[in-house]
Each structure stands twice: as C-alpha cells, then as structure tokens.
Design a protein. Structure first.
Lengths: 205, 218, 49, 244, 218, 205
C-alpha cells in the first residue's frame, strides 16, 4: 500500500509551519526530505507518524504501519543492548533480534548497558530498533547524526534491504546518505497567509 | 504488555533499587514525625493511623515523579505511542508496575512502622486492609497526574500539586477506616467506599490518562 | 532446656530472630562469594584458553 | 615491607585466605560458646527474669553496629587520602554487615522492651539514634548501588560516610536534648574500666562480644574478597572486550 | 555569580512558577493533615508546630530534586565546571537561590497555615523565627544531597533517602523551638543551637558539595 | 601559548580507551580529530577540557583557556535566545553578545524561548555560546550535528575568524567541515596492553 500525503498543513507550538504539502511513496521507494534548519522537517515527520494532528489535509496508509525514529532513541541506559532491542521487538510482537544486531554490527556490544555506549554506538542501536518493529514504513529524522562513515554505509544497506523487501522510507537529513532515492525539498511549502487556515488560533483572527 | 511490565520491573530493580526507595521514604517520614511533634507515646498513638496513611501517600507521590518522565525524555513514549499497543493498556501496565514496586512494599511495611508509632493493637489489621485497598487507587490516579505533567521541566512539584487534591477522597476514607479500626469501631463503611473508589479509578482513569498523554505528546 | 518462665516467647523470639538474621547474612555472603569466584574462574580460564 | 603492601588487592586475597579459616573457627567457637553459655547456663535476673538472656545478643550486636560504621569511616578516609582500592571495598563490604547488626540490636531491643517497658518501641535517645544509624546505613548502601562507576561510587560514599558521621554525632546530641530516655546507661564504661554487671552475666557476655567482633571481621574479610573478585572480573571483561 | 543567581531566579519564576510550587506543596500537606488525623482542634493545635516544620522540610526536599539535575541534563554543569567561577561559589549561589525561591516563601506562609491548624497565638513568632533560622540549613544540606545524586536517573528518591537523616538535627531543634514557643516556654536554647547548625553548614557544606560534584561530573 | 598534549592516556568508565596520544596546537591553528564510533574522541576531548582526569600524561596550556561544547548545549528551554547567551557571557566576564548573534544569524530568533527552536537552531545557539566565552581554545565535539549546509558554512567562518584572531580549535567530527586544518586520526592510539597503565582497575589485574 502506498503512503500518500495530500495538501497537508502542519503546525508547531500553535504556529503553522508548512502548508499544501503533497507527495506519495510507493512500496520499495524511499523519499529524502530536505530543507534548511527550522523549515519544518521534524514537525512534518511527527505529524505523519501520528504524534501530532495535522491542521488540514489527508494522510493515507499510515495507520499501524509506521516506525518512527526521532532525535531521541528511546533507549534505557540501565538495560543492555540486547534487552533494549528485545523489549521493542516484544512490544511490536516479534522476537527475533539477530538480524538487527547483525545489520549494525552490534554483536560485540550485546551485553553492554546502553548507557555506556558512545554517541554513535547509541545511534546504531536506535536504528537497529527499526528492524525489529516489522513495520513497513520507516519515518526517520536525521538518522545518521554522529555516525561514522562505516555506520552510515550500514544504515544505507539496511534501508536498501528494507526497500527491497517492499518497505518504504521517509528520511529527513542534511547530508548525503548514498541512497538511491528521490528528494523532496520542503522549502517552497513554508506556510503563507493563505495556507495557514486551520491553525488553532484561527478563531482569533 | 508483559514485555512492558517486565521491563519496568527490571528497571525498577536495576536503577539503584528504585523499589526499596519508596519504602525508605515511608520509613523516614514516619521517623521524622516524632522528631517534629514530640515523643509522647499517647499523642503518637492517636495520630498513628493518619500519619501512616499520609506517609504512604507521600511515598507513592514521590516515586510517581519519574514514572513517565524518564520514558518521555529518552523518547520511549513517542515510540510507544506509535506501537501496536493501546496507550490505555500501556498506562495501566505502568500503574500496575508502580503499585508492585511501591504500593505493595508500603502495605507490607506498614505494621512495622505502626509499632514505632504505638499504633493500637486492634488497628494493625485494618491499617493493612485499608492500605491494600487504597494504594492501587493512588497508583492509578498518580499515573494520570504523571501523564498531565509529562514534558514539563520541574514537573515533579507541579505534579504533586495536581495529584494531591485528587488523593483527598482516598486519603479520607482510608485514614478513617484505619482510625476506626485502631479505636475499635467498625471500619466497614469507609472501607466499602474506599473499595468503590479504587475500583472506579482502576476502571476509568486509564482512559483519562491515555487521552491526556496523547495531548501532551502532540 | 532452661526454665524461661513467663518470658519464654520473648527470649525465644529474640534468639530466633537474631540467629535467623545472622544466618541469612552469612548465607547471602557465601552465595555471593561463591558466584563471584565461579565467574572469575570462568573468565580467567577463557583468557588462558 | 610496609603495611600498605597488603593494600594490593591480589596480595590481600592471598593473605586473607590464609587467616580466614582461623578467624571463622574462632568466631564460630566464641559465638556458640557465648550464646549457649548465656542461654543455658546463666541464672535469671531478679528483676528482669529470663529476659536478661537477650543481653548476649543485644549488646554485642549494638556494639558491632557502631564499630562497623567507625571502621567504614576509617577505611573511607584511607581511600580518600591514599586511594587503596581494598580500603574502599572493605567499607562497601562492611555496610551490609553493619546494617544487619543494627537490625539485630533493634529487633532484640524491641522484643526486650515489651516485657521491660511495656512497649515495643519508645522514642528514647539511644533507640532513636540507632534508628538514624540504620537510615545512614540504608542510604550508604543505596548510594553504592546507584552509582555506575566503581571509583566514583567509592568517592561519593566516602564523602557521604564522612559527612554522615558528623551529622550522626549532631543527631545524637540533638536527640538527647529532645527526650530523656528509658534506656539504661552504659554499664561497661570503657574509659574507667569498671562495670556494674555481675560476673555470672559478664563472662558469657564478654565471650559473645568477642565472638560478634570476630564474626564481623571474618564476614568483612570474606566479603571484601568477593568485592575484589567482582572488580577483577569486571576489569578482565573490559580488557577482553577491547581485544575483540 | 550574580548572573547565575539572576538566571536561577528567572528560571524559577518562569518554569511554571517553580517558586509557588514549594509553597503549594506546603499548603497541601498541611491541609491533608486534618483529613488524615481527624479534625479535633486540640489535637491539631498540639501537633501544629511539628506538622508545619515537617511540611516545610518536605516542601524543601521536593523542590531540591531538580536543583542540579536539570543543569546536569542539558550540559550546563559541564560548562560551569570549566567556567572561571569556583564551583564552591556556584553551589552556594544555587543554595541561596533555592532558599529565596522555596525557604523564604515558606517562612512567610507559615503563619497563615498556623491559623488553619489552630496554632497557639504565642507560637507564631517563634515558629517564624525558627523557620527563618532553620530553612537556610535545609537548602545548603539539600544542595549537598543534590550534588551526590546528580547524574543518577531516578535520583529524586535516593536523594530524599540520603538527605532526610541529615535533616534530623535541624528538624529537632527547629520543631522544639517552635513547640516551646507555642507552649509559652523559653525557646532560647534550641534556637541558639539551630543557629549554630545553620552557620556551620553554610560555612562548611559548600566545600563538601563542590568536592562531590567534581567527582560526579568526572 | 600552545596547547600541547604529551603521552596522554584516557579512560572511560574505568576502562582505558586511548594511550600515548601526543599532539600540539599552536595559536591560529585548528586540529580535526577523526576516528570511528567508539574510538574515544569524546573521552579525549572531555579530558582535555578538564572534565575528567587523564590516566597518565601531560596536558599543557589548558588552564582557564578552554571553551568546551559537547553533545549537550547547556541551553535553558525557558530562557530566550538572548538571555541564554547573556548568561554565558556574564559567567565568563563579558557582556557583548552582538557579534555572536550576527555570526550565526540568530537575530530573528532573539526573543524566542530556546525550547521552541528546531534542532539546528538550537545547535547554532550552542555554537554562538563559544564566541561569548572569550576563551582562546575551542574544544568541540561534533559541532555540526543537525546543521544544514548554510549553518555549517557559518560555523566554518566563525572558526576561521577565531583562528585568525590567534585562537585555537580542536574539533572531533565525522563529516567534512571545509576548514583548512590538519587532521589527527586517533584510531592507532587505541589503548593496548602496554599503554594501559594507570587505569583505575589496574590494581585488580
Ligand atoms: C529497639 C530498642 C533498643 C535499641 C536500639 C538499643 C540499643 C542499645 C545499644 C546501642 C546498646 C549499647 C550501648 C553501649 O554499650 O554503650 C545497648 C545496650 C544495652 N541495652 Fe539496649 N537497646 C534497645 C532496647 C533495650 C531494652 C528494651 C532493654 C532492656 C530493658 C535494653 C537493655 C540494654 C542493656 C542492659 C544494655 C547493656 C548496657 C551496657 O551494659 O552497656 N535495651 N542497647
Ligand atoms: N513551540 C514552538 N513555538 C513556535 N515555533 C516553534 C516551536 N517549536 C518549533 N518552532 C518553529 O517551527 C519551525 C519548524 O521546526 P522543526 O523542528 O520542524 O524544523 P526542522 O526542519 O526539523 O529543523 P532542523 O533541521 O533544525 O531540525 C522552526 O522554525 C521552529 O523555530
Ligand atoms: N561507562 C562506560 N563503561 C565502559 N565503556 C564505556 C563507557 N562509556 C563509554 N565506553 C566506551 O568507551 C569508548 C569511547 O567512547 P567515546 O564516547 O569516547 O567514543 P567517541 O569516539 O566519542 O564515539 P562517537 O563517535 O560514537 O561519539 C567506546 O567504545 C564506548 O563504548
Ligand atoms: Mg529537526
Ligand atoms: Mg562522541
């Protein structure tokens, strides 16, 4: 099933940020979201992931299919790498974490407490979490922050494999990931007076 | 859901014995009371049921503080909200694990502390009964408060402020039952009302908490 | 058994509780110690082998 | 060879392994002899009846509870000044033993209080300050558990022990000011050397006190060894991880 | 240093009125006492000084929770430790701002709450005096506790456990002074001792706190 | 004065991570630190900044000259951009924040609460903080995380200006910053058996 966004308008802190955004992602495809700092990428992704409501517009095909990874990784410092992954696998009704461990070469770290990992190792664990969700659409906000070149390659390989299996990905990033994917620049969709309808303070205008 | 419960319990045990600490606080509050009101044993025995209930309530309250806050800070809540688990169920599990790690130990420790405050012998049974009946309500209501204040820095104190008034009915009936028990009167009515409150909150609060949490996460 | 008179329960309880606590402490200590020994032995064997 | 040589963990393990069998044996003998003598072979007190027999548990436990904290204070200072790991780990190992001793003193005292004072518990200065000591032990152990890095944990708990000792003394004074108690004064004044206990009670009590002391020593040595092994395991694991 | 004080006060006012919250907690604890021990006015008036002191102490304690934790989480402490400001001074300022935002309001609010608990008229002056003398010590000791538990997740409860026994002497002398005042006796001795504790802790504790903080930041 | 590091060995969580590290930075120079995830960059920088003690070795010229910026920005969500900057300026005994605001184009955001900034905007504010410290040595741990291309250019310009004024910079990063500076790869300095002396758990081996 396709993920399709039509005429979406989103707001952050009550202020409309983007308007009239439309795009679609078919199975097997990825879309790279670009835009300068403060353009509204995070806001858009959180809306699509269902963490906040859109001002207006339609999101289709997002119910129970999305795995979201934001700036925070959702890791517990006092649980080991394996325990962290297992927990998320169980929440999503799976149990196999081997593939995820292998994809991000977490094997040697498996018994370490997540709190003792370096920034990049933590992020790798956070990304491995996506693979145990079994969800078809990955919505990722700057996934490669603090990853080194090798780890970025692991990530690219993981995404490619996910797409190959019919998955989809929507990725906001500032750097080049080496993925074979279309790019969508959100700069032109900055909210303007006429696209701002539906803001929570509209009634006061 | 079982995974969530197991994880929460595991974290409670690992994170420096998060689970003994509620108990320790209860102990300390009870110990501080004689220091502040004086050591006369009849006075202490009069106020014992009330003090024990108040102490249990405060211990619950303090351990609520980070029931959801930690999960919010590290992004777990965002991820749980998109997981195939109804938020209501997740929050009920959270409340349950809070009760298991805080409420239950308090119930078990109360008699010992009762000794120290010269609680009348007839009062022990009813104190335990009222705490066992009442503390689940404290956990469930507390989860609601935690959901309300998630994401607010320095939320701890604000949460106390929001939750304490909600605790008043539970406290009144619970302490009344314990007090009547200690004085040898029949604690039936307050106990029944207490049970009613507990059942009602367990049935209904998770929906309120989940609704509130959805709003705060937005 | 000595004649404990009317305070038998108290004296027995005091001895019982204390010995229980002491025994518990010693047992926990020994168990933890044995586990630590075993684990260390395992690791050292791995390092050599 | 200076005494500090034994502060090397591995040397310490060797030495303590050599003395431990004797210590354990002596501790067991003294505790068993002291307690059986006290329990089976002493007369009842004319006022207290058979409850005097509790003294053979109560007093040694109370003594060791205080001595354990004092030992932790000394070892904490050694750690802070000379940074000998064994010292810090000995403090860590002693805390649960001290806690248990405090608990025994409290429990036997409470049981004794019922027949003597007609109450399990009274807010007597002696009892109260013991309760506070109990809290200090709890906090100290909880802090050890909560801090991840062992050296940092040793540092923090040492400072806590230091500051806690000052406040424990302050509390002792405050508590005395706040309430005049029921508990009898010390009848074994160490300073003057005199005593008010009759010989029949005194000898078993003395043996039992020595026994508790030896037991404490054996336990602490054994537990320190355990802590050292745990640290060593941790260190080796860390090394082997790096070699991957 | 003045910058730090100003910033802390500003944050206290902005962050959801961090400064009214200690007060509100004090109020609520005091209000819950009659619910738990029952409404008899002689009983309440007997325990009033003690309850007020205990309430003030708990309010202080709860607001300590995030005195340093927030600054640790967002990296401010790391940066402060490398700034050209002795850590001892920074921590003294922190304690001062804690007292200004928590202790001082408590002192000012205590008489009003005293009315609610039927405090004897002669007791008001001494209650205020003892609180004014004692709460600075609570802030300073609390800063030490906060420094000990900085960086420990779920540190709040652990901190309570560590700090409460340290509060015992202050509480005893403070409550004793207030109690004697209320009974018309001379509260001079406990007040003097209280002042001694306060001065001593203000002079010495910042060094302990700074030492401990350096260890935890490492 | 030169910042010079000689035979430094550093540990994290009691485990030696790097050994025998030596380098020097002269006024006007920058050094880029490289190494894969978990190599020990963060640990090294924290040691040099004085936040933790080295196992062994000498750090010269670091007293009261270092401004450190790590993974966290030290911003208060409830203070505005200007108030955040002003606070740090005052702590370091300065008062002028105009230059810093200009360098990172924070003018339009000046009255916004820091908590409402986007990830990249927050980071820009965190970097602007360096300029108000007046310190000569900047020690930066992955400073460009979540910055867009424009902001990375602002950062490069700010560093260049700082070096031009006789400052120094030590920067750990995984991406190319477009700076004219030497690179120092820490991979070869991974702690080995012989460089591990001084670890806190050495006594237990
Ligand atoms: C929970 C309650 C109690 C605690 C915490 C407690 C604590 C202590 C402590 C710390 C000591 C050692 C003091 C020293 O050697 O200087 C001691 C000694 C003693 N206690 Fe208790 N006590 C308690 C209850 C009682 C009761 C109820 C009795 C009996 C009426 C009692 C009788 C004694 C006696 C006879 C000694 C020996 C005094 C001496 O020879 O030094 N204690 N207790
Ligand atoms: N609470 C708020 N109130 C007002 N405006 C806000 C609030 N939070 C964020 N904003 C603004 O909304 C805009 C969108 O922010 P968002 O985090 O979506 O940007 P982004 O594209 O993810 O940027 P970055 O690349 O820096 O992460 C930004 O300009 C930000 O300043
Ligand atoms: N508490 C700890 N106990 C044991 N090892 C730890 C601890 N904390 C970190 N480490 C390890 O120390 C090493 C160095 O970590 P550090 O954060 O310095 O790496 P880094 O070079 O900054 O990596 P990144 O590029 O991912 O940020 C890592 O391998 C990490 O796993
Ligand atoms: Mg963003
Ligand atoms: Mg790093």
């Amino acid at each position: 099933m396709t993920l399709s966004i039509q005429n979406l308008a989103v707001a952050r802190g009550g202020v409309p940020v983007l308007g009239n955004v439309s795009f679609a992602i078919a199975p097997g495809q990825a879309l790279i979201l670009r835009g300068p700092n403060g353009a509204g990428k995070t806001t858009l992704l959180r809306t699509i992931a269902g963490l906040q409501k859109p001002l207006s517009g339609v999101i289709e095909g997002a119910d129970e299919t999305i795995a979201y990874a934001g700036h925070a990784d959702g890791l517990k410092a006092m649980l080991s790498v394996a325990e962290n992954l297992q927990f998320w696998a169980q929440v999503f009704g799976h149990s196999d974490i081997e593939a995820a461990l292998a994809a991000y070469q977490l094997g040697p770290l498996i018994d370490r407490l997540a709190g003792t990992l370096s920034a990049g190792q933590k992020r790798r664990l956070g990304l491995a979490r996506l693979m145990v969700t079994g969800r078809r659409v990955w919505v990722l906000d700057e996934p490669t922050v603090s990853l080194d070149a090798d780890a970025v390659a692991m990530f690219a390989a993981a995404v490619t494999a996910h797409l190959g299996a019919g998955g989809m990905a929507l990725i906001a990033t500032h750097i080049d990931l080496g993925l074979n994917a279309q790019t969508f620049d959100i700069t032109p969709y900055r909210a303007t007076a006429d696209t701002r309808s539906g803001a929570s303070d509209e009634a006061f205008l | 859901m079982i995974a969530l419960l197991r994880r929460d319990l595991m974290l409670a045990f690992r994170a420096g014995g998060g689970f003994g600490l509620g108990l320790a606080f209860f102990l300390i509050v009870t110990v501080l009371v004689p220091f502040s009101v004086g050591p006369q044993s009849e006075l202490l025995s009069t106020i014992a049921p009330g003090v024990l209930w108040l102490g249990a309530l405060l211990a619950c309250l303090l351990s609520l503080d980070r029931l959801l806050a930690l999960d919010f800070e590290d992004g777990t809540l965002d991820l749980l909200a998109t997981a195939p688990l109804p938020l209501e169920a997740a929050l009920s599990v959270k409340a349950l694990s809070h009760w298991l790690t805080t409420g239950l130990p308090l119930v078990l420790a109360a008699p010992v502390l009762g000794l120290m405050l010269n609680l009348a012998p007839s009062g022990f049974m009813w104190l335990i009964a009222s705490l066992a009946l009442g503390t689940p309500a404290l956990s469930v209501i507390g989860t609601f408060g935690a959901a309300l204040t998630v994401g607010i820095k320095r939320g701890g104190l604000l949460m106390s402020l929001l939750v304490l008034p909600l605790y008043v009915p539970t406290l009144i009936f619970g302490a009344e039952a314990a007090r009547r028990g200690a004085m040898g009167l029949d604690p039936g009515t307050p106990l029944t009302l207490l049970a009613g409150i507990t059942l009602g909150t367990i049935a209904l609060m998770p929906f309120a908490s989940a609704a509130v949490l959805r709003m705060t996460l937005r | 058994m000595p004649e404990l008179g009317k305070y038998a329960t108290e004296v027995m309880a005091a001895y019982g509780a204390s010995l229980l606590l002491l025994a518990g402490l010693v047992l926990l200590t020994l168990r933890k110690g044995r586990r630590a020994r075993a684990e260390l032995a395992k690791i050292e064997a791995q390092r050599r082998g | 060879m200076s005494l500090w040589e034994y502060a090397n963990p591995v040397k310490f393990l060797g030495l303590s392994a050599r003395v431990q069998p004797y210590l354990w044996a002596a501790a067991a003998i003294c505790v068993v002899v002291g307690l059986t003598w006290g329990f089976f072979a002493t007369p009842d007190d004319y006022r207290q009846g058979s409850t005097v027999k509790i003294i053979y548990l109560h007093v040694p436990a109370a003594l060791m509870a205080i001595n354990a904290w004092f030992m932790m204070l000394v070892t904490s200072l050694i750690w802070l000044i000379r940074r000998h790991h064994v010292s810090a780990l000995a403090a860590k190992a002693a805390a649960p033993v001290g806690l248990t001793m405090t608990l025994i003193a409290l429990v036997t005292g409470a049981i004794w209080g019922q027949p003597m004072w007609g109450t399990w518990w009274a807010w007597d200065p002696r009892l109260t300050s013991f309760l506070i000591l109990f809290l200090f032990y709890l906090g100290y152990i909880a802090l050890w558990e909560a801090v991840e890095d062992p050296d940092t944990a040793a540092d923090l708990t040492s400072v806590l022990c230091l500051v806690g000792s000052v406040f424990a003394i302050l509390s002792r004074y405050a508590v005395n000011f706040w309430n005049q108690g029921l508990h009898q004064g010390t009848s074994v004044p160490v300073a003057t050397g005199g005593r008010t206990v009759a010989d029949v009670f005194w000898y078993p009590l003395l043996i039992s006190m020595v026994g508790f002391g030896l037991l404490f020593l054996s336990l602490v040595l054994y537990r320190t060894g355990t802590e050292i092994r745990l640290r060593r395991t941790r260190a080796l694991l860390a090394r082997s991880r790096k070699d991957v």
